[in-house]
Design a protein around this ligand. Structure first.
Ligand code: ATP
Ligand code: MG
Length: 513
């Protein structure tokens, strides 16, 4: 008999059975997956079992109510700020010194998130090869990292840990509300399953492959599971259980009218923080040159990917090049919005009074506008159908709205000048402008715009900078940014949802004093 874990009254489970195990926790929204995962983490923490929890919604800090868990990430609420440059060292400290870590990825943009996670998990994988000690990695929203049918470096790493970690003592707990979207190999090889309620046919099909029951039985039993109930599968054992409630605060709980007190949180001991800080500063065994070389390689890789994307988009722009004309209801001037304009047009530039968008209500107004724009610019004008109406924020799923809020909060931390530059470029997208033009429009000195380069905005890809014959030019990259950053939500919100996200971000970020 091993060390008992109290997960459910209906189940005897011992700690040893989790060593090197791949556990999958599935179910629809609100079925109790995070509670179940939280209960397993609590039981493991009661036994000082080392772990890292990859938390993309900032749900697991509540474990600190009872345990010395270190929350690392970026933004509010993290104890140690990390980035891709030091993620590997922190992972090493966690594994070597037995420090449980919540890797809170909620403050990162998706590209940074991938980089941080890749560094972190590679480091754990490599070190586990030498140490060969029990260690477990929890991954929420696993479909985002190990999507079925898509090949990425990060997915390969996570699948490797889940499928081949056993010999190194590495286990994984993958949690997902989209059973059908999680890499099938990982689910079919998982040694332990906790299957909460699902309702959709596609998810039922996945469950049917995982359970030794007839399809009709699966549908009936799974469809009637209540919150917290699930089917536990481990080898020959297949049985319904009720998972106990988490003892620590569950930040992802479904809000109710009862007041919720914020918990008192345990601080991680100073010696652990010191060890982490040392690892971060020292980045120890690597020399500064090595570190810069690695950073350079990462940036070059990013640049190549971005250049490929730009080529691809420019090709699309050439194919689709058009000008959209819309006429204001009120007095002139007419207004032009360039959505996708051929390269030559970009370098010619627009007269400022032709920027922006307003409505065009009658055929007569449209025709006047067409003539006017054609005569002023010398270009042929092609009318296009109106774009998708701006969706209200409530039409987007909560996860997308939270993502938008995080982005806006992040931009709001930038200086006023940077925000003005961004606002100007968004408002006048997709035109490209020199520092002097931006300075004139934003009422700043040109030197200020040149000296205070909006580095972060450039780095994350909200704006782009390009050298032209007349000097450096800046341009909004909002559409491309949204397509990349919100790509994971595309199956849920579709292209029109992406337009709505772009519109909302633009509206909110243009609003600068
Ligand atoms: N075993 C349980 N007993 C009592 N309440 C539970 C239990 N499991 C979950 N709940 C409650 O149900 C709600 C949803 O649970 P939880 O957040 O774990 O669901 P989830 O499946 O992770 O949802 P999501 O997909 O939205 O993350 C929470 O308020 C939680 O406290
Ligand atoms: Mg959850």
């Amino acid at each position: 008999m091993g060390t008992p874990l109290y997960i459910s009254r209906d189940l005897e489970l011992d700690l040893e059975s989790l060593i090197g195990q791949c556990v999958a926790i599935l179910g629809i929204r609100g079925s109790g997956k995070s509670n179940t995962a939280g209960v397993i983490f609590e039981e493991l923490l009661n036994n000082n079992y080392p772990m890292s929890i990859v938390d993309i919604e900032g749900e697991y800090f509540g474990l600190k109510e009872k345990y010395e868990v270190l929350v690392v990430g970026t933004g509010d609420g993290v104890e140690i700020e990390i980035d891709a440059g030091c993620a590997a060292e922190i992972a090493e400290v966690s594994m070597e010194k037995n420090v449980p870590v919540v890797l809170d990825l909620s403050g990162f943009l998706s590209e940074e998130r991938t980089e941080v996670l890749m560094e972190y998990l590679s480091s754990l994988w490599n070190l586990a090869g030498t140490l060969r000690r029990p260690y477990i990695i929890g991954i929420e929203e696993a479909h985002e990292f190990i999507p079925q049918g898509v090949k990425t470096e990060l997915k390969e790493m996570i699948s490797r840990i889940a499928l081949r970690g056993r010999k190194r003592g590495l286990g994984a707990i993958v949690v997902s509300q989209r059973s059908a979207k999680v890499e099938k190999d990982v689910l079919s090889q998982a040694g332990m399953l906790l299957l909460h309620r699902v309702v959709h046919e596609v998810d039922m099909r996945v469950y049917s492959e995982l359970l030794p029951w007839r399809k009709s039985e699966v549908k009936e039993i799974i469809g009637s599971l209540e919150t917290g109930n699930c089917i536990f599968v481990n080898g020959e054992t297949v049985r319904p259980i009720y998972v106990r409630e988490r003892a620590t605060f569950h930040a992802g709980f479904t809000p109710s009218l009862e007041a919720v007190a914020t918990p008192e949180l345990k601080q991680v001991s100073a010696s652990i923080i010191e060890a982490i800080e040392r690892a971060r500063e020292g980045r120890g065994r690597r020399t500064r040159t090595q570190e810069l070389e690695e950073q350079l390689a990462r940036l070059q890789e990013k640049l190549t990917q971005k250049e490929e994307k730009i080529d691809e988009l420019e090709e699309t722009a050439r194919t689709l090049g058009y000008i959209k004309v819309e006429v204001p209801q009120g007095p002139p001037p007419a207004v032009v919005q360039r959505d996708c304009v051929p390269q030559e047009a970009v370098s010619v530039g627009f007269a400022p009074h032709l920027m922006g968008t307003t409505r065009c209500d009658s055929a007569e107004e449209r025709s006047t506008a067409r003539e006017r724009v054609a005569s002023e610019t010398g270009w042929g004008v092609i009318e296009v159908a109106p774009t998708v109406p701006a969706s209200s924020s409530s039409a987007l799923p909560p996860a997308v709205r939270r993502h938008i809020d995080r982005l806006v909060a992040r931009v709001e931390r930038r200086s006023l000048l940077e925000r003005r530059v961004l606002s100007f470029l968004f408002e006048h997208a997709p035109g490209s402008y020199t520092a002097s033009q931006i300075a004139a429009w934003t009422h700043c000195a040109r030197e200020m715009v040149e000296d205070e380069l909006p580095r972060e905005l450039l780095e994350v890809g909200l704006i782009a900078r390009e050298r032209r014959t007349d000097g450096l030019r800046f341009q909004s990259r909002l559409k491309t940014f949204v397509s990349d950053e919100f790509a994971v939500y595309l199956p849920d919100i579709g292209e029109s949802g992406l337009h709505a996200v772009t519109r909302q971000l633009s509206d909110r970020l243009i609003d600068v004093p």
